[in-house]
Structures are given as structure tokens and as C-alpha cells.
Design a protein around this ligand. Structure first.
Ligand code: GLY
Ligand code: MN
Ligand code: MN
Length: 434
């Protein structure tokens, strides 16, 4: 749980960067209609949530640094007794002040009248330029209304600054409270993976495992952080497989990429295991290559290392493994140079993780890979995918293997937040036997 004081601190930090005489404006995500009068589950825009903890649509955050202290203002829906009767509690303007640390809160219906008065006299408007056409147009209207009211241009801000990159850079560094949420999200997903291992058996369907996963998440006030992938046999080679509707066969592997979202923070875990609970010799061979690649990559998740280094470590171990198993020909230098390993390992080794599963933040700055710093969190997820059509001996075909963990960069080295999900061959076989 992130405390109100932390949201206030984030807003203050943002205002400091935005500078004196600025006004920062950020819009909430709109509700999305599914069909008829049914909406999708509402989930706040992650940047907006990061700065407010406020999970309702029709809200606009306004930040105005001032001499007499920062001003935190929100326009939001007023609590409407009729709507409360149908849909349940609403935060309302008083709730925004009482529980979310705002100095002032106004009914969103008053925004066209009030916001121009707040913008007037500021020198710079900071917002997410070009990301929301409707908002951009409304902003142009608010600025124009100052002009037409006053008839003098000097009251109109002349500078516009994009604020997305600033917020995304802040989100890269996780606080203690954020790490706690992410650990909890990882623990919930890890336990769900254990449930799926324990309930897996030949002839069951992929969706039966998904049901165990969903049950465990729901029981823990969590839900999936992305549509889960439960791919048995050849389906494990489809990177974005989400149908999860096939029967699982004795002798096949099943690849499960399934995470949890807890208190808005994501985990992202992949495990691969044999449907019948025992790795075959060929499955063991390939699995050990991916596991070693993952361990070698995790070793590189250290302060001062660059973003590419853990991918390079994984690619090197994968390549050597494929050579040792005679799946690839040539020598290591050649395989790495020509990237022939990419026939079987075609994605990068990780991504930032946080409020979004593929979280915001730069990977490169001015052609240089980003350097890892304390309390950044990322995934490490090498894989090997050998399809039925692959030009390799039959014994290797039809295996898709990925192992994915969530790693916190710390002064003491990499901390595996998802460590509770079994991943060695013996730990997996033991879990499945249990
Ligand atoms: N589950 C999405 C990913 O691993 O990137
Ligand atoms: Mn991932
Ligand atoms: Mn994943």
C-alpha cells in the first residue's frame, strides 16, 4: 500500500522539475465501453495513478508550484447519491481533499470555468503533449478562453513542456513501498504457478490450469497483470499464445507466462514444466541451457552494468548450449556474430517492470544503453523455441521453454522477487510430485 504522503512527495518532485511559474496538467483514463451499457473494468492510467493513487475516471490533476508552497489541485466527479446507489462509493471532492492530499478539489463540471483562471498568469504548461487528442484540444480551448476574456496576450503561457518523460524517469526508481507491492505481486503469482504445477496432468486442458491461477489470484485480491499464456507442446512456441484451450499431452512441456497485479503493481513470471511431472532427457538438456542462460543473465543485473549486458550474457550461454547439443553448427563467435541463435531465441531478455508489465523508462539514451541503478526492477526471461517445422533433428522439435523472473537491482546485487516459484528441474519435479 502506497501512503498518501508518498503520492504528495512524487507530485512535489514533479513540480520541482516543472519549475516556477509552471502549471502541470494530467488527465485520468476514460472509461471504456465494452458493449451496450457495459464497461470494461476500470483501471486508471498508470502515470495518473503514480501521482495520485486516484482510481476514478473524469479527473484532471493540476499542479501549480507557488511561493507559498506547492498547490495540489484535482478536478473530479462530485459524489452523486444516485450514482453511489447504483455503482457504489465515489471519492468526490471532499474525499480527494481528505484522503488523497489535495489542497483543493473541484467538480469536474466546473473545469471550463475554473481551469483557465488557474492557467492564466503561468508561463509554462506541462502536459503529455500529443498523447491524447481530445485533451490537447480541450487545453487549446482553455488557453484560448483566457485570451478572449482578457484580450491581452501576456496572461497566456508561452511555453509548453512534455511531462511524460519526466514522470517515466521517476517511475524507473522504485521506493521501498513500491518494492513491497511488487514482492507481494510476485509472491501471489509464484504461489499460483505452484498450484498449476500441482494440478497439471496429462489429458487435462490448458484452461484448467488457468482456472487454478485465476482462483488463487482472486482469493488474494489480485488479478492478472496481462492475459496469461498457457501453451502446451507446440503452443509453447507461439510467443503470444493466449487461447489456452488445448488438451495437454503426456510427454509434452507446458510453458506458462502468468503474472499478478497487486495494488496496481505487476509481476511477470514464466515457468516451463513437463505435463506428466518428469522431464525427459531431451527436455532436461534444453531446459538446463535456458536455466543456465537465465542465471548467467541475472548475474549481470548489478549497479553499473548496462541494459545490454544481461541480454548478451543470456545470448552467449544459449548459443554455447545450442552448439553443445549440436542444434547449431559452427563456433561461438560465428553464432553470436551471425545471430543464428535468434532462430530459436528471437526476443530480448527483459523489460522494465512496475505499474505496467512492460513498464515505462528508457532503454537507451543518446545511443548508449542505460546503466542499471539501485531499485530499478526488470525481468530476465531467456527462452528457446524449437517448432515442429524447425530444421533440427526430430528429438528437439516441439519444445518451447522460457524461464522468467522479476529482479530488483540492489547494492547487494540482484534480488529475485519471484524466487518462490520453483525453477530448477529437481524443485519442479518435487513440487509436481507433492
Ligand atoms: N508476459 C509478457 C512478457 O513476458 O513480456
Ligand atoms: Mn516479461
Ligand atoms: Mn512474461
Amino acid at each position: 500500500m502506497i501512503k498518501t504522503a508518498e503520492y504528495i512527495k512524487r507530485r512535489q518532485q514533479l513540480m520541482k522539475i516543472a519549475g516556477k511559474h509552471s502549471i502541470t496538467l494530467l488527465s485520468s483514463r476514460s472509461e471504456l465501453l465494452r458493449n451496450g451499457d457495459v464497461h470494461h473494468y476500470y483501471r486508471q492510467d498508470s502515470d495518473f495513478y503514480y501521482l495520485t493513487g486516484f482510481n476514478e475516471p473524469d479527473a484532471i490533476l493540476v499542479l501549480i508550484p507557488s511561493e507559498s508552497g506547492h498547490q495540489h489541485v484535482i478536478f473530479c466527479r462530485e459524489a452523486d447519491p444516485k450514482k453511489v446507489m447504483w455503482d457504489g462509493p465515489m471519492i468526490g471532492t471532499q474525499g480527494a481533499i481528505d484522503d488523497f492530499g489535495f489542497d483543493a478539489a473541484y467538480d469536474i463540471k466546473e473545469i471550463d470555468r475554473r481551469l483557465p483562471l488557474l492557467i492564466q498568469g503561468c508561463e509554462k504548461i506541462c502536459f503529455k503533449i500529443g498523447e491524447n487528442d481530445e485533451f490537447d484540444q480541450r487545453l487549446a480551448g482553455w488557453v484560448k478562453s483566457i485570451e478572449s476574456r482578457k484580450g491581452q496576450k501576456s496572461n497566456i503561457p508561452e511555453e509548453f513542456m512534455s511531462i511524460s518523460h519526466v514522470i517515466h524517469d521517476m517511475r524507473l526508481y522504485k521506493s521501498h513501498a513500491e518494492i513491497k507491492c511488487m514482492k507481494k505481486a510476485a509472491d501471489i503469482a509464484a504461489a499460483a504457478h505452484i498450484k498449476m504445477m500441482q494440478n497439471c496432468q496429462p489429458d487435462a486442458y490448458e484452461y484448467e490450469l488457468q482456472a487454478h491461477y485465476a482462483y488463487h489470484l482472486t482469493q488474494n485480491q489480485s488479478h492478472s497483470s496481462y492475459p496469461p499464456i498457457i501453451g502446451s507442446g507446440e503452443n509453447g512456441n507461439i510467443l503470444h499464445y493466449i487461447n489456452n484451450d488445448q488438451q495437454m499431452h503426456d510427454g509434452d512441456l507446458v510453458l506458462i507466462d502468468a503474472g499478478a497485479e497487486y495494488d496496481f503493481y505487476a509481476s511477470d513470471i514464466t515457468r516451463t514444466f513437463p505435463v506428466n511431472g518428469r522431464f525427459s532427457p531431451r527436455q532436461k538438456d534444453l531446459y538446463e541451457v535456458v536455466l543456465q542462460a537465465q542465471l548467467d543473465a541475472i548475474e549481470q543485473v548489478k549497479i553499473g552494468k548496462h541494459w545490454n549486458e544481461f541480454h548478451d550474457a543470456a545470448a552467449k550461454t544459449i548459443s554455447q548450449g545450442l552448439l553443445d547439443l549440436k542444434i547449431l553448427k559452427g563456433n561461438l563467435a560465428q553464432v553470436l556474430e551471425e545471430k543464428t541463435y535468434a532462430n530459436y531465441y528471437m526476443h530480448m531478455t527483459g523489460h522494465w517492470l512496475g505499474l505496467d508489465v512492460h513498464d515505462v523508462g528508457d532503454y537507451r539514451v543518446d545511443d548508449l544503453w542505460v546503466e542499471l541503478e539501485e531499485n530499478m526492477v526488470l525481468t530476465v526471461e531467456p527462452g528457446l523455441y524449437i517448432s515442429e517445422q524447425a530444421n533440427v533433428p526430430q528429438e528437439w522439435r516441439g519444445m518451447g521453454i522460457r524461464i522468467e523472473d522479476d529482479i530488483q537491482v540492489t547494492k547487494k546485487g540482484p534480488v529475485v522477487l519471484s524466487c518462490n516459484a520453483p525453477k530448477t528441474i529437481s524443485a519442479i519435479e518435487q513440487t509436481m510430485k507433492g
